[in-house]
Design a protein around this ligand. Structure first.
Ligand SMILES: Cc1cc2nc3c(=O)[nH]c(=O)nc-3n(C[C@H](O)[C@H](O)[C@H](O)COP(=O)(O)OP(=O)(O)OC[C@H]3O[C@@H](n4cnc5c(N)ncnc54)[C@H](O)[C@@H]3O)c2cc1C
Length: 493
C-alpha cells in the first residue's frame, strides 16, 4: 500500500519549486498556505481535484470553538476554556492527544478571530433544537454530547459549534470560499488536477514530492518543507479494511472522491508513523426529527442500551461496534406525526402494534422483555429520572399512548451509517511528522485528516472537531514549515 520514496540523487529535472509545497487544497492545506505565505514563504498547493475545497467545502462547516467567542457572548452564553478543555479531552477518548487538545482550547478565541480576518462570517444567532446542523443562518448550536451523560457530568455544557453564514447545511462552502480568497490574495499558487504521488528524500529529509500534472510526472522541490494535507482514507476500501474494519460496516462513506489516503501513504513512505488508524466517525442520524429523542431505542433483547439524547455519532458507534444485533427506535402515537416525513436516518418502519406486546411480536423481540423495558422506562420518566441510562429529563416522557411503532436501526436494513476516518500520521502540534522512534522527519509536516488530530473517538465525537482541527493545526503546520531554514534552489538555471 505504500508509495516508494524517490531519492533526490535520481531526480534528473526539478520542474518547479517553492519554499513550501502543500499537498491538498482543503481546509487544512489552505489554512497552512495562508499562514506560510503571511510569513514570507512562496507557496504552491497541489490539488488533485478540478477545484480546491475538498471535504471541507462539502461539509456542514461547523467549527468547534469556545471559551467565550463573540457569537457565544452575543447569544447570551457564558463559556470557559477549562470547561471546553474538559469536554474535548473526554470527547477525544482514550487516545486523546492532550497537548493538541490543550493548545486548541487555549487558542480557540484567537482561531475565531483569525477565521473572521480571512473573511468568514458568523451570524450571532443560536439554534436551540437538536439537529445535525442549523437549518437557518444561525451560527451557533450544540453539536455533540455536551448535554448528554456522561459528558454533562464532566464539563459544563455550552454551544460551541459555529457555522459560517449560509442558510442550511452547507457552511463548508462559504468557509472555503473565504479561505481560498484569502490565500490567493496572499499570492498562494493553487494548481488543480495535480496529484502528489511520492516524497522526494535526501537521506531522512523530505525535499520535495513527485506529482502528476497534465498527465506528466513532475518533480517539485520544497526549499523549506512539504505539508501533507490531502484528507482521510474513507474512499479507499483496502485501507479501511486493513486499518479500520469497523468503518467497513458503514454504508455511506462521508467524504470527497480523493479521500483515498494518498497523503498518509506519502508520509509513510517518508518514514512517518501512523496512529489511531482504527478510529473514525460513525453517524446514524436518528434526529431530526427532534421528537425521536423522546423515543426508546432497544436491541434484539428488547432492552435499552444507551441514553437516547446522545449525539448521533455516539449511537452509530454503539451500534456498529457490535458485530451483530438488531436495533429499533420505538415511539408511541403521540409522535405519529413524524411518520408523515421520512426520518433523516433513512430508517424503514419495522413494525406497529396496538400494544407493546403486539409490536414486540412483529419485531420478533421477546414480548415480556420489551414490555418490562417500557414499564420501567415509563415509571422513571413519569418521575423525570432515568437511573439506568441517564437521559436528560427534558426528553423524558412516558411512552404510554398506544398504538406503538418502531423504526429499524439495524445495519443493513436501510439505516444510514455514515463513516469517515480519524487516523493519520503521528504529528506534533506544530505539524512536524514523527517516525516510529518519535523523531521529527526534517522537512515533512501534516495536518487535517492526513494526521491524527483532535477527533480520535467515534463515541465522543462532536461536529466541528474536524474542521476546527484541520484549520487550526493546518495553520500551525504552515507556520512551522515557513519558519524552517530556507534551503537553496535545486533548479539549475
Ligand atoms: C458531508 C460532510 C459533512 C461534514 N460536516 C462537518 C462539519 O460540519 N464539521 C466538521 O468539523 N467536520 C465535518 N466533516 C468532516 C470534515 O469536513 C473533514 O474531516 C475535514 O474537512 C478534512 O479536512 P482536510 O483539509 O484534512 O481534508 P479535505 O478538506 O478533504 O482536503 C483534502 C484535499 O486534498 C486533495 N487530495 C487528496 N489526495 C491528493 C493528492 N495525492 N494530491 C493532491 N491533492 C490531494 C483532495 O482533493 C482535497 O481537496 C464533514 C464531512 C463531510 C463529507
Amino acid at each position: 500500500m505504500n508509495e516508494k520514496p524517490v531519492d533526490q540523487s535520481t531526480v534528473r529535472t526539478w520542474h518547479t519549486e517553492a519554499d513550501v509545497i502543500i499537498v491538498g487544497g482543503g481546509g487544512a492545506g489552505i489554512s497552512a498556505a495562508i499562514e506560510a505565505a503571511e510569513r514570507g514563504a512562496d507557496v504552491i498547493v497541489l490539488e488533485a481535484g478540478d477545484e480546491a475545497g475538498g471535504s471541507t467545502a462539502m461539509a456542514g462547516g461547523l467549527i468547534y470553538m469556545g471559551g467565550g467567542t463573540p457569537v457565544q457572548k452575543a447569544c447570551g452564553f457564558e463559556d470557559d476554556t477549562e470547561e471546553m478543555y474538559k469536554f474535548l479531552l473526554l470527547a477525544a477518548g482514550p487516545y486523546a492527544d492532550r497537548a493538541k487538545v490543550r493548545l486548541y482550547c487555549d487558542r480557540s478565541l484567537e482561531h475565531y478571530d483569525w477565521l473572521v480576518r480571512q473573511g468568514v462570517e458568523f451570524k450571532s444567532e443560536y439554534y436551540p433544537g437538536k439537529h445535525t446542523n442549523t437549518p437557518n443562518e444561525a451560527a451557533l448550536m450544540i453539536t455533540g454530547n455536551e448535554e448528554a451523560w456522561p459528558y454533562v457530568d464532566h464539563a459544563k455544557p455550552a454551544p460551541r459549534g459555529h457555522k459560517p453564514r449560509i442558510k442550511g447545511d452547507h457552511g463548508g462552502i462559504p468557509l472555503m470560499h473565504s479561505l481560498l480568497n484569502s490565500a490567493r490574495l496572499k499570492g498562494v499558487d493553487v494548481i488543480c488536477n495535480a496529484r502528489a504521488l511520492a516524497p522526494v528524500t535526501n537521506g531522512s529529509t523530505v525535499v520535495g514530492v513527485t506529482a502528476r500534472i497534465d498527465m506528466r510526472e513532475m518533480c517539485i522541490s520544497a526549499r523549506r518543507g512539504v505539508i501533507l494535507a490531502a484528507g482521510g482514507f474513507i474512499m479507499n476500501e483496502d485501507m479501511v479494511a486493513t486499518y479500520a474494519p469497523t468503518l467497513s460496516r458503514g454504508n455511506w462513506p462521508n467524504g470527497n472522491p480523493n479521500d483515498t489516503g494518498g497523503g498518509i501513504r506519502i508520509g509513510m513512505a517518508a518514514g512517518g508513523s501512523i496512529v489511531c488508524m482504527h478510529e473514525g466517525f460513525i453517524c446514524t442520524p436518528f434526529y431530526p426529527p427532534q421528537q425521536f429523542l423522546e423515543s426508546i431505542i432497544v436491541n434484539e433483547h428488547g432492552a435499552r442500551f444507551i441514553n437516547e439524547d446522545v449525539y448521533h455519532g455516539r449511537l452509530g458507534s454503539a451500534i456498529l461496534e457490535r458485530q451483530d444485533g438488531r436495533y429499533y427506535l420505538v415511539i408511541d402515537s403521540r409522535h405519529f406525526d413524524v411518520l408523515d416525513r421520512a426520518p433523516m436516518g433513512g430508517y424503514p418502519v419495522a413494525g406497529t402494534g396496538d400494544s407493546i406486546e403486539e409490536l414486540a411480536k412483529e419485531l420478533h423481540l421477546p414480548p415480556e422483555a420489551l414490555a418490562q423495558t417500557l414499564q420501567t422506562y415509563n415509571g422513571h420518566a413519569s418521575a423525570g429520572v432515568d437511573p439506568e441510562h441517564h437521559k436528560n429529563p427534558k426528553y423524558l416522557f412516558p411512552l404510554d399512548s398506544p398504538p406503538y411503532a418502531a423504526f429499524d436501526l439495524t445495519p443493513g436494513n436501510g439505516a444510514i451509517f455514515a463513516t469517515m476516518t480519524f487516523g493519520g500520521l503521528d504529528t506534533k502540534p506544530t505539524g512536524e511528522v514523527l517516525n516510529t522512534e518519535k523523531a521529527i522527519i526534517p522537512g515533512l509536516y501534516a495536518a487535517g485528516r492526513n494526521s491524527a488530530g483532535l477527533p480520535r473517538s467515534a463515541a465522543g465525537y462532536a461536529s466541528g472537531m474536524s474542521i476546527g482541527d484541520a484549520t487550526f493545526f493546518g495553520r500551525l503546520a504552515g507556520q512551522s514549515a515557513a519558519s524552517r531554514n530556507r534551503g537553496s534552489s535545486r533548479i539549475k538555471t
